[in-house]
Design a protein around this ligand. Structure first.
Ligand SMILES: Cc1cc2nc3c(=O)[nH]c(=O)nc-3n(C[C@H](O)[C@H](O)[C@H](O)COP(=O)(O)OP(=O)(O)OC[C@H]3O[C@@H](n4cnc5c(N)ncnc54)[C@H](O)[C@@H]3O)c2cc1C
Length: 430
């Protein structure tokens, strides 16, 4: 049931309980395509490279807020094939530096209304996050972060050891624990969502507003004349546009090299996640280990979802190695020894765009009409709605939104770093 209004594609049916009931009574045969598979037009008002969460959300907000409907998203593979479909879906805004805190808190507010906004159940579950502390010094640093969060109007609770024990009884509280639990920092509004539903929800909502989602459309080069972008060379032909936004996560340096930026303050690293066999409800919050790199949550199917450190070497391959899995699981065993009886079902990897200071880059570039969104390290899933909102503003208005005005590329030349962790210029450590 489709019609064309002002050249824009419209899907007539909104998802609703009634539609689900109708589907059930009619053998599930009458569902529409969730988004179209259009042929590329010769020219668009704007093109976004990358059909992950960031690219799709940007296209959605360009259409919704800025009225730009003659736009396309070029995706070299399929929607959901990149990091958007590979991450561990942790959503939080527990940042200390003001630029990061305000940006991610905007994201959190958009998550809270996303399912209604997109008319798509993204299964956002505000189950909270607890960062577990294992020393007095760590408790001090968590208190500092929690205070900074509260000053920015973000929810934060400093928990005693007893409070952590009540919420996370499965941790090792014995006298033999290698890393004793001292307490923790909680953000109650944090949580998880269903990652591929977020991609599908934005794709559908953008398509409904007329955005062409061009899958199997790899960008292979840029047409740039007199410092102004003119269009793109793609595996589906030349497509013209005077505005192009880059949102390709781990492939940023490859795409930027095509546009003549050969040295970016960024490295591509691989990050793995893994899931156990499903078990009955075990942990009802997100939990991070403070003495190593390990975090865990439980999926709706019952599997424990684990993540941890980067694999440790630069690569563009969406595959990881076994030592990294071993390292994550050793940390997990130190924190909650009972998981040792579980079987691991799968592990997989994505390619992270690790910036030198661990904070993102979003704004205009030296090429007119070319905009860059990158450097999300392993925290870009939670950023999706705020990225869409701010990157769309940056592209439509040709200047950053106030929430991303300090995420500049040239901050690395000027020394205005946003080093949330205080790790220094080592992208692999952020
Ligand atoms: C294992 C793992 C765990 C993570 N856990 C979390 C977490 O818990 N919380 C969190 O906030 N973040 C997490 N992240 C990070 C998060 O997934 C990413 O920062 C975020 O998804 C990146 O944005 P995206 O969705 O747009 O990326 P992607 O989905 O990777 O989208 C980029 C797209 O660009 C396309 N592309 C690349 N080159 C081209 C080209 N030449 N032409 C056309 N298209 C191209 C790719 O095919 C890809 O689909 C995790 C990542 C991984 C891998």
């Amino acid at each position: 049931m489709q019609n064309a209004v002002n050249g824009a594609h419209q899907i007539m049916n909104r998802y609703s309980a009634l539609e689900v009931l109708k589907g059930g009574l009619t053998g599930q045969k009458n569902w529409e395509r969730v988004w179209r598979a259009p042929e590329p037009k010769r020219e668009y008002d704007a093109i976004i490279i990358g059909g992950g969460g960031h690219g799709l959300a940007t296209a959605y907000y360009l259409a919704k807020v800025h009225g730009m409907t003659n736009i396309a998203v070029c995706e070299k593979g399929w929607v959901g094939g990149g990091n958007i479909g590979r991450n561990t879906t942790i959503i939080r805004s527990n940042y200390m530096l003001e630029d990061n805190a305000n940006f991610y808190e905007k994201g959190m507010q958009l998550w809270e209304e996303m399912a209604q906004e997109l008319n798509y159940n993204v299964m956002f579950s505000q189950r909270g996050i607890i960062n577990v502390a294992h020393s007095d010094a760590q408790m001090d640093s968590f208190a500092r972060r929690g205070n900074a969060m509260r000053l920015n109007d973000i929810d934060a609770e400093l928990l005693t050891r007893e409070q952590v024990k009540e919420l996370l009884p499965m941790l090792d509280y014995s006298s033999k624990a290698r890393f004793p639990v001292y307490g923790g920092l909680q953000q109650p509004r944090a949580g998880t969502a269903r990652h591929d539903a977020v991609a599908w929800g934005y794709a559908r909502a953008a398509d409904m507003r007329g955005v062409d989602i061009l899958q199997n459309c790899e960008v292979t080069g840029f047409d740039i004349k007199d410092g102004q972008v003119q269009g793109l060379q793609t595996s589906r032909g030349v497509i013209k546009s005077k505005k192009v936004g880059i949102a390709v996560a781990g492939n940023t340096s490859r795409i930027c090299a095509m546009a003549g930026f050969n040295r970016l303050p960024m490295e591509s690293h691989k990050l793995q996640a893994m899931v156990s066999e499903p078990i009955k409800p075990f942990i009802n919050t997100v939990c991070t280990f403070g003495a190593g790199h390990f975090y865990v949550s439980q999926s709706d199917k019952g599997g424990l979802v684990f993540g941890g450190d980067l694999d440790g070497y630069n690569s563009y391959a969406q595959r990881g190695n076994l030592p990294a899995v071993n390292h994550v699981l050793q940390s997990g065993m130190a924190l909650m020894p009972s998981i040792g009886r579980l079987r691991l079902l799968r592990h997989w990897a994505g390619v992270m765009d690790m910036s030198m200071d661990g904070s993102p880059i979003m704004g205009t570039t030296q090429v007119k009409g070319l905009y860059l969104n990158a450097g999300w390290c392993y925290g870009g899933f939670k950023a999706i709605p705020a990225v869409g909102f701010c990157f769309a503003h940056t592209i439509a208005q040709n200047r950053p939104h106030e929430l991303n005005e300090n995420f500049t590329l040239n901050r690395f030349e000027k020394g205005y770093l946003l080093d949330e962790k205080g790790m220094g210029p080592v992208p692999g450590l952020h």
